[in-house]
Design a protein around this ligand. Structure first.
Ligand code: NAD
Ligand code: DAU
Length: 381
């Protein structure tokens, strides 16, 4: 029996992970019980877990990773042997508008979670101590930004975080490392590239473009649109997490990536093309006509890329989804989940969109014109 405490399991990656684990035929050797602790911030959505509401292997508990009493009780009452920490503030733009919540959860909350876990772990009998794992889900953003011709990040890259979000995640990685080195807590860290897929909150690039395209709104591309990201379909990330949890070496860090580097503007054009094929715009044009260059993200990292050879050679993990098939599945999912979208894009979401995008026109952008980049009009065809 595996008793897993998943934190942040009502967010994008966490809910995909929980759903994948409990999917029929997933092929777990052991019986599994998942305790899902989530604070249900704006990014957490209990609707994501509707399919497993009545599954006795899943218990949802609303709460904060910083609540030591609650976490301590969960660890003891459910005889937890694995903790996977997805809980975080995760959006770079929000961290630029206000970094407080990022420090609170990604550093201070994680510190409480580590301490509560350590106190529980040190009371376990030796064999259970040896089997125990604390896994931190982190990001490639801790390594900073690459130039176009730089080699991709490996686990050996120095941490050079550039945004408040990335700095808070880097601090978290340091804490986890120290809790292993100093106290012997059996930890694992993964640093993954950009995920996409079902249940992603539409503040992030891909779902935002889909939502705005369907609503006939501008598709805001920051700066010159030539920043690059390495995209990984979320279920491939979930599979990688399973591999590291089961067979990763204690105290190690694993970089995870999709081998799918794309310039943002090219990514947006691909989304538009898929959407146009699946649900053409009513005016008979192409969604790409809605692309608008807007002023850049302050401190915008130019490029992330992952060399995932360590996880491949040690654990045999490789992504299964191609970018084309993953994007098609993702666009289809958003088209089929209009009710979910309507719910998550009401109220406070609209306040966020106004804060982030109103008045952010092309005048401060790289094109210096009216926000429509002539180059993009050409490559749109
Ligand atoms: P998300 O914002 O969609 O979900 C975060 C979840 O954490 C939400 O459900 C939220 O309610 C919960 N949460 C926040 N603060 C909490 C607290 N104090 N206590 C308990 N729950 C809390 O994020 P995501 O995109 O699913 O990312 C999950 C993790 O993976 C994060 O740690 C993120 O840094 C990391 N990551 C994300 C990506 C990506 O592309 N999305 C890539 C690499 C790593
Ligand atoms: O690399 C992993 C990281 O990927 C995760 O750790 C973060 O949690 C996740 O949010 C993501 O960070 P990014 O900043 O790369 O993702 P985002 O979707 O916000 O933006 C992707 C790129 O698209 C980035 O270069 C900024 C750009 N962008 C984004 C938005 C929201 C735009 O051009 N326009 C937009 O409106």
């Amino acid at each position: 029996m595996k008793n897993i405490l998943v934190t942040g399991g009502a967010g994008f990656i966490g809910s995909n992970f929980v759903l994948d684990c409990l999917r029929p035929g997933h092929g777990h050797k052991d019986a599994i019980k998942i305790i899902n602790l989530d604070l249900l911030t704006y990014a957490g959505n209990i609707d994501n877990l509707a399919a497993i509401t009545h599954d006795p292997r899943h218990i949802f508990i609303p709460g904060d990773i910083a609540d030591s009493d609650l976490v301590g009780r969960i660890l003891r009452d459910h005889a937890i042997d694995k903790v996977i920490n997805f809980a975080a503030e995760s959006h770079v733009d929000r961290s630029i508008h206000g970094s407080g919540d990022f420090i609170t959860t990604n550093i201070l909350g994680l510190h409480k979670l580590l301490e509560t876990t350590r106190q529980y772990w040190r009371e376990l009998p030796a064999p259970a101590q040896a089997q125990f794992r604390f896994m931190q889900i982190s990001t490639d953003e801790v390594y900073g930004s690459l130039q176009r011709d730089d080699p991709a990040f490996t686990e050996q890259n120095p941490m050079q975080p550039n945004s408040p979000y990335a700095a808070s995640k880097a601090a978290g990685d340091h804490l986890v490392r120290a809790w292993h080195h100093t106290y012997g807590l059996p930890t694992l860290i993964t640093n993954c590239s950009n995920n996409y897929g079902p249940w992603q909150f539409p503040e992030k690039l891909i779902p935002l473009m889909i939502v705005n395209a369907l609503a006939g709104k501008d598709l805001p591309v920051y700066g010159d649109g030539r920043q690059r990201r390495d995209w990984l379909y979320v279920s491939d990330h979930c599979q990688a997490i399973q591999s590291v949890l089961q067979n990763g070496r204690v105290g190690e860090t694993y970089a995870i990536g999709g081998n799918n580097e794309q310039d943002n503007i090219d990514m947006v054009h691909q989304i538009c093309a898929i959407l146009t094929a699946m649900q053409p715009p009513k005016n008979g044009t192409d969604y790409a006509a809605q692309i608008k260059y807007v002023s850049d993200r302050p401190g915008h990292d130019r490029r992330y890329a992952i060399n995932a050879s360590k996880i491949k050679s040690e654990l045999g993990w490789e992504p299964l989804e191609s970018l084309e098939s993953g994007l098609k599945k993702t666009v289809r999912w958003y088209l089929d989940h209009s009710e979910w979208l309507a719910r998550v894009t009401s109220g406070k979401y609209r306040d966020w969109v106004a804060t982030q995008y109103d008045g952010r026109d092309g005048r401060n952008g790289r094109d210096g014109r009216n926000g429509r980049n002539p180059e993009s009009q050409v490559s749109a065809s």
